[in-house]
Design a protein around this ligand. Structure first.
Ligand code: GYE
Length: 330
């Protein structure tokens, strides 16, 4: 299983005449640890940090794993390099969250040739390459976007504003990533359905507070006549709110600009409780336990679910409570 470890052990025996059995780590022999190479996108958001922590907490030595963690700092090139290194090291399993949907064919072919199972988490890969990886665990991003637009439709109807002209600003996530593609597509379809919904600006905020602040500030130079700001994650919502408040806009969903966001991280939900994020659609980053289950099944040679969608909910500023926030793990 672990060629490197066996080689190192032989060397130890030769050099030091070490006669002990392989070391025991919390009852699991090091030789039996499942070696997992994990290439994470980066640390661009609170969501990402919670996702990394969940995976590290699940794939521990106590639980039978040796985890090799690589942070790609938001560069696809770094992810490809990390995966290639995992293949060269002969890991038992490769896990990665693809920063964008395209460009993975050759590296996945290499993993397949080396007979190493690949589990894709969080973001997807473009359709057509399903045969090159074993399983996917994550969210249905189009469905998340649909939840957001449906809530908006119902909210406007309740307020008797559904026939009014609606001016929407759209701050997108990293272009080409599956959460951006899914969440954007749900909004664009809704705009096509509603003749009175107007997209006044669409800019990329790269899933960060700083970039969203920058693009929102530039949009506000051109117009402050805005009804809705649809941000593709909480970091972006916070950046957009910073810029709007600086420009003197009221961001309370009840009587001001309606800010819609995704992730439902603690910070996002605190803004929701304050009324500044009107709707926060949850995107659950706690994928570690699901990953643990699938890897163990693979090790036992059991069949695995090709796609696992994680359960998700949503919060709005009219019904959220402090208790709801306190009861959450991220
Ligand atoms: O929404 C965002 C993060 O891929 C679902 O990436 C993830 C997204 C998440 O940076 O906050």
């Amino acid at each position: 299983m672990k060629k490197l470890f066996v080689m190192a052990l032989c060397l130890l025996v030769l050099l030091g005449g070490c006669t002990q059995d392989s070391q025991q780590v919390s009852g699991v022999s090091e030789e039996d640890l499942i070696v997992v190479g994990f290439s994470q996108v980066g640390a661009e958001s609170e969501w990402r940090v919670a996702n990394t922590e969940s995976i590290k907490a699940a794939l521990t030595e106590d639980n039978g794993y040796e985890l090799i963690y690589e942070d790609a700092r938001q560069e696809q090139e770094n992810q490809i390099r990390a995966i290639r290194t995992f293949i060269q090291r002969g890991v038992d399993c490769i896990v990665f969250s693809p920063i964008v949907e395209t460009g993975w064919n050759s590296i996945l072919q290499e993993a397949k040739q080396a007979n190493i199972p690949v589990i894709v988490i969080d973001r997807y890969i473009e359709p057509g390459v399903e045969g090159l990886y074993t399983a996917y665990i994550g969210s249905d991003f189009y469905q998340e976007g649909e939840k957001a637009v449906q809530w908006l439709e119902e909210h406007l109807e309740k307020q008797g504003r559904d026939k009014e002209h609606l001016r929407i600003v759209h701050i997108q996530g990293t272009l080409g990533s599956s959460p951006q593609i899914g969440r954007t597509s749900a909004l664009e379809k809704a705009i096509e359905r509603h003749a009175n919904w107007e997209l006044v600006a669409q800019e990329c905020g790269d899933f960060t507070r700083a970039k969203a602040y920058e693009v929102m500030s530039a949009i506000l130079q051109k117009t402050t006549d805005i009804d809705v700001v649809y941000c593709e994650n909480d970091g972006e919502a916070l950046g957009a709110i910073d810029a709007m408040e600086e420009a003197g806009l009221n961001c309370h969903g009840s009587d001001g600009v309606i800010v819609i966001s995704f992730d439902a991280t603690r910070m996002g939900l605190e803004y929701c409780l304050e009324g500044k994020i009107a709707l926060d659609v949850e995107c659950n980053p706690l994928q570690g336990p699901y990953l643990d289950k699938i890897i163990k099944q693979l090790q036992k040679g059991e069949p695995v679910e090709p796609i696992t969608y994680i359960e998700e909910t949503q919060f709005d500023c009219f019904t959220i409570t402090q208790e709801m926030i306190d009861g959450r793990d991220y």
